[in-house]
Design a protein. Structure first.
Lengths: 211, 211
């Protein structure tokens, strides 16, 4: 019944519940931090380099004194989304929850870097919409690596398993990856180094007025 | 299939996926921010003043340059937990998800202030455990207001509705509130002002080495 405890915004009402004048705004927060929050939504095939680029970007930002945080399978699938499996419904709910959490982080003033395959445009668009409705910047970042390269890297042998039919519904093999049509940033990992990719995203953040 | 994209920690492997040396640590983050992250878990009856004290604390912290963020019904029930109702299972899942999100914020270095009735000790203890397992400070804060006072305030007329039987399972009326047995902070709103309460929590953060 937590939401019934939502404080009233009324000022001057004769209960201390009404003491909400001067609530911290997003602007106060941005002023204190020196930058505003946003979500960088990295999407791409398994093995495309999303997490690697996310780590490099996080490092580049933290070293500049910008509070960045990564959301990925590591810290989400074992916690918040530990009760989700891999059915189509659960995958959709996985992305929905991550999108909502990214929105909260962005609202808090954090440069949020999410790294999930998120193969469907519809799911990515929903995350964009909840950000836009909240007035928060959302940058879709396409980590564009040819599937041949991803499959060659295959750091965990997942493509091999998918080819052998041991994993079903694997993105790029027997489940589609919908290429972003108008991403805010497009990273071609076969022609850019990781550092160049991170720099490109820092520039994108500047271009969008976030830094 | 996001978690299959989890980066390997292997260093020196001949793929750029392995480029994770020098990943940002919690210490790097704390150094950049000037403070570490934690969760302050405010629990108490509806109308006890959790959100009001949370707002005052957030303001006190942001003004000191400390990145604080509030999680409450306002920003969670309409987003992340919009697909949850009020069955016992859904209430438990509501608190579980908030606990996991608080943990992520604390990991990011944020002083996280959650304001939920969270009436059951078992649910609060689970949130404590996931923080402790992750090495993150968790401070249970009991917002102690006599139910008579809460009912008198009744800013939204919820107690009135519960007494009339229009709301079932209302904490303190026909559903129990389990008083925290060993909270890290105990705020008695009938003898402390809101500012005194916020100051007490800032002191608790200092005493726990977070600020």
């Amino acid at each position: 019944m937590s939401e019934t405890d939502k404080p009233t915004k009324t000022v001057g009402k004769a209960t201390n519940i009404a003491w909400h004048e001067g609530e911290i705004t997003r602007e106060d927060r941005a002023k204190a931090l020196g930058h505003s929050g946003c979500t960088l939504w990295l999407t791409g095939l398994s093995g495309s380099g999303k997490s690697t680029i996310g780590v490099a970007l996080e490092k580049a930002l933290i070293r500049r004194g910008i509070l960045a945080y990564r959301l990925d399978g590591d810290n989400v699938r074992h916690g918040l989304n530990a009760n989700l499996g891999f059915s189509p419904e659960d995958r959709e709910e996985n992305i929905r929850r991550v999108g909502e959490v990214a929105k909260l982080f962005a609202d808090a003033g954090v440069v949020t870097i999410s790294s999930f395959i998120s193969p469907y445009q519809r799911d990515r668009d929903k995350v964009r919409v909840i950000h836009e409705e909240a007035g928060l910047p959302f940058l879709e970042v396409f980590i564009d690596t040819p599937i041949e390269v991803c499959e060659q890297r295959d750091p965990k042998g997942l493509y091999k398993k998918a080819r052998a039919g041991e994993i079903k519904g694997f993105t790029g093999i027997d489940d589609p990856y919908e290429t972003p049509q108008r991403p805010e940033a497009h990273i071609k990992t076969d022609t850019q180094s990781i550092e160049e990719s991170a720099d490109q995203l820092v520039e994108a953040l500047r271009a969008h007025g976030i830094l």
